[in-house]
Design a protein around this ligand. Structure first.
Ligand code: HEC
Length: 122
């Protein structure tokens, strides 16, 4: 008796997906603005590509730049990402690049500095 019901689910799901898709366009401009700069303002330097590739794959880099940690604490966070968030451990030389970059450009004062640059903080 369950079969006919299951059979009906697929077209229903498709219909729902179509409705959601049609509802999307008004949302697009806002999303595009947020994604205009895929680096979220992070300056060009050795390791930036790696940070984007390795740290922007599961979540937005926004999550990363909203922190400001010294290098040693980025190292702790990376271990947490490996152990608790199922991140594939980086090769040692990739790890150095990523941690050097984060330590240099996403340090304790960087988030505030970025807010100041944008005129949000004075
Ligand atoms: C395999 C997926 C994955 C990768 C790759 C990954 N993360 Fe995460 N990260 C997560 C998850 C899942 C969370 C937790 C989100 C939550 O629950 O709020 C998280 C959370 C974070 C947070 C927020 C911590 C907090 O709670 O304040 C930071 C910062 C962060 N990640 C930085 C990084 C950095 C830097 C990298 C690259 C070195 C990275 N992540 C790579 C999955 C990943």
């Amino acid at each position: 008796m369950l079969r006919p019901k299951k059979f009906l689910l697929a077209p229903a799901a498709f219909g729902l997906a179509a409705v959601l898709f049609l509802a999307m366009p008004p949302l697009r401009p806002a999303l595009q603005a947020a994604e205009e700069d895929e680096y979220y303002g992070l300056p060009e330097d050795a390791g930036r590509e790696e940070v984007l590739a390795f740290c922007g794959s599961c979540h937005s880099l926004r999550l990363v730049i909203q922190q400001g940690l010294p290098r040693t604490e980025w190292a702790d966070l990376l271990v947490w990402m490996y152990e608790e968030q199922e991140m594939e451990p980086l090769e040692p030389e990739e790890e150095v690049l990523v941690l050097d970059y984060l330590g240099k450009h996403v340090g304790p004062d960087s988030h505030k500095a970025r807010l100041r640059e944008r005129g949000i903080l004075r």
